[in-house]
Design a protein around this ligand. Structure first.
Ligand SMILES: Cc1ncc(COP(=O)(O)O)c(C=O)c1O
Length: 404
């Protein structure tokens, strides 16, 4: 890789890897769509109505009373001991607290995994589509990203077999995936896990949405079947609050020391005060009471969006102006497809002009994307906004199809 030379007058020479760093297309899209009066299904934010503000207020005061100096001092890179213990105890397979590394969001877990596992030109397997933030975390290491063909159950086994040779890992989102909302069935997990073990292929399993199920809990993570062959990432962002910037990883013994060293280089440790506050909030089983309320809220929101979609795009609608969509069993997103030949990226400005925003699906693909796909978040808009936003989307599609 050649270094990148910026504008002639600049004294700075950028590292060659910066050529792989690009602004998140989604953040750029959000800037365009974040206008007063525009109903947004575009953001990936949890509903702020779920943030347990009062509990945080009490916990912050408690932490400052109990351990003010320790809470405000530098702290251990591995994370706050009681929080690591709570994380280990919450997982459905035997995890020792010393396998847990508290991270600055699970996004940092992806960055550390990239630094520790990817060389230039290393092959990395991802789902199709996949989480854009992971592609952004992997990109500076200049891997060869290969997408696996996926159905509504996740990656197809035959494509995994065809592409696995020499891959460093498969990055997998088992539950209510961002962006599609899809989940891997029990059978697909068993097959994928067995095949990965047979092929000697490690898995990086990213599970920030697993607790947000609507009717039944998802099957156990794939890591539970083969902990030494999997790096597991979790997050407090969707069950408590993303502003804490706290997540965790559970690493096999062979990886932990290097991940820890990478973290030390990145930020020494994740905010100690926040970690103590989260441990304080969680200490009496708070999540067991809190998370069911998030599930109920998000399920009701999903149902409102599904009903609005059925009204705006009835089954007997003109196929040239209709939309199809899936029914996610948890999480925050629904995945939809536009009528034939319609490009979501090109539709977006027309939709915004009519007062509704979504995220086109194409940026979520490592390779050639599905131009007809789009992601709709159902968790932050009100019922009335969902109704009006979906109706505006139907108007935009009809007008676009008829060239107006
Ligand atoms: C699949 C996935 N992984 C990781 C993250 C990063 O989450 P955080 O860093 O807030 O834990 C997100 C955020 O939306 C996500 O959707």
């Amino acid at each position: 890789m050649e270094p990148v030379t910026p504008a002639p007058a600049s004294p700075w020479t950028l590292a060659a890897r910066t050529a792989q760093m690009n602004p998140s297309l989604i953040r750029e899209i959000l800037k365009l769509t974040d206008r007063p009066g525009v109903i947004s299904f575009a953001g990936g934010l949890p509903s702020p109505a779920t943030f347990p503000v009062a509990e945080f207020e009490t916990a912050c005061a408690q932490v400052l009373r109990d351990a003010p100096q320790a809470a405000l001092q530098y702290a251990a890179s591995e994370g706050h001991g009681p929080l690591r213990e709570m994380v280990a105890a919450s997982l459905p397979w035997p995890v020792a607290p010393d396998q847990v590394l508290i991270t600055t969001g699970s996004q940092q877990g992806l960055d550390l995994a990239a630094k520790v596992l990817i060389d230039t030109d290393s092959k990395v397997l991802v789902e199709s589509p996949t989480y854009l933030g992971a592609l952004m975390a992997f990109a500076p290491m200049a891997p060869r990203i290969e997408s696996l063909a996926c159905d509504d159950q996740g990656p197809a086994l035959d494509d995994l077999r065809a592409k696995a040779a020499d891959a460093r890992f498969l990055y997998l989102l088992p539950n209510f995936q961002n962006p599609t909302g899809r989940s891997l069935s029990e059978a697909r997990r068993a097959e994928l896990s067995a095949e990965a073990m047979r092929l000697g292929l490690p898995l990086v399993e990213d599970n920030p949405y697993g607790d947000l199920w609507f009717d039944a809990p998802p099957p156990a993570p794939l890591t539970a079947r083969n902990p030494e062959g999997c790096l597991y990432l979790g997050s407090f962002s969707k069950v408590l609050a993303p502003g804490l910037r706290l997540g965790f990883l559970v690493a096999p013994k062979a990886l932990y020391p290097k991940l820890l060293q990478a973290k030390q280089a990145a930020d020494l440790h994740s905010p100690g005060f926040n970690q103590r506050v989260v441990a304080e909030v969680m200490k009496d089983g708070f999540l067991d009471r809190h998370v069911p309320a998030i599930r109920a809220r998000y399920k009701a929101q999903r149902d409102i969006m599904l009903a609005a979609l059925r009204r705006a795009f009835p089954a007997d609608a003109d196929p040239d102006t209709s939309l199809s969509w899936n029914t996610p069993a948890g999480g925050m997103f629904l995945w939809a497809r536009l009528p034939r030949q319609m490009d979501a990226m090109r539709l977006l400005p027309h939709a915004v002009a009519r007062g509704v925003a979504f995220v086109p699906g194409a940026p979520f693909y490592a390779g050639h994307g599905d131009a007809r796909a789009l992601r709709l978040s159902f968790v932050t808009a009100s019922a009335d906004e969902i109704e009006r936003g979906v109706a505006a989307l139907a108007d935009a599609i009809a007008a676009f199809a008829h060239g107006s």
